[in-house]
Design a protein around this ligand. Structure first.
Ligand code: MG
Length: 243
């Protein structure tokens, strides 16, 4: 009996070691070269709210309060002087945006072309120069930061415009006080990278807000790198009440 018990303990321990070695968060997703264009320059549908069309920052404020300090040039806006947040708050949405990491490559890992899109100011889809720039997979471009690595590395080269098309379903508070998880579905340069991934409800690192709420602002992160954005619009989605 004792022998059986120790054999069981040993095999469970071995399994644990194997599981550790094969931890998917440490395995880089395969690199797949995207097509030259996908939703680049996609026009806003009739029911969309245009957050940025290249002309002004009127839909945005600084996360630190006051007017945004980001610079405008060539139909794009560039990170400067603090993150941006939308003046309006949103629940479930479909979002289109385009971004470009700096053409001049500086730094590595999380220090190269880092920014991010925070849904409800809480849940980050990472923006990072992940072209030949290894980092932990659930922190690379198009990761649900800290939670889920992308299915493929669909990154274009530094300085090139890239597209995100994202369906965000917000976590919702339930009557019993628990949280009904939300979800992320993300396309990066036309490839599915997050396939209906659950959002448990806890805010990701460096989030502006915590706690589950019905709505919140879209936030674009200032991580100290001159990342650019253009052509940002969203569609509000009808959401079912929490079960
Ligand atoms: Mg980031």
């Amino acid at each position: 009996m004792n022998l059986l018990r120790s054999a069981t303990v040993v095999s469970v321990a071995s399994l644990a070691v194997l599981a550790l070695a094969a931890d998917p968060k440490d395995t880089p997703p395969p690199v797949v070269t995207p097509a030259a264009t996908f939703s680049d320059g996609a026009g806003a549908p009739a029911d969309a709210i245009v957050l940025f069309d290249g002309r002004d920052l009127s839909k945005w404020k600084s996360e630190n309060g006051g007017e945004p300090k980001w610079t405008l040039a060539g139909g794009a806006m560039q990170v400067n002087g603090g993150g941006l947040m939308t003046r309006e708050e949103f629940g479930d949405i479909q979002l289109h945006l385009e971004w470009a990491s700096p053409a001049e490559v500086k730094g590595d890992g999380q220090g190269r072309g880092n920014s991010g899109v925070y849904f409800q100011g809480r849940y980050e889809i990472q923006v990072l120069d992940s072209y030949q720039n290894p980092t932990y997979p659930n922190g690379q471009a198009s990761a649900f930061y800290g939670h889920s690595a992308p299915l493929v590395n669909a990154s274009r080269k530094p300085g090139e415009w890239q597209t995100y098309d994202i369906v965000f379903r917000a976590p919702k508070p339930m009557a019993d006080g628990k949280v009904q998880p939300g979800s992320f579905t993300v396309f990066h340069n036309g490839m599915l990278v997050q396939d209906h991934i659950p959002i448990p409800g806890a805010a990701t690192t460096s989030a502006k807000f915590t706690g589950v709420a019905p709505t919140g602002p879209i936030m674009l992160q200032d991580h100290g790198n001159p990342v650019r954005y253009r052509n940002i619009w969203l569609r509000k989605l009808a959401s079912a009440p929490a079960k």
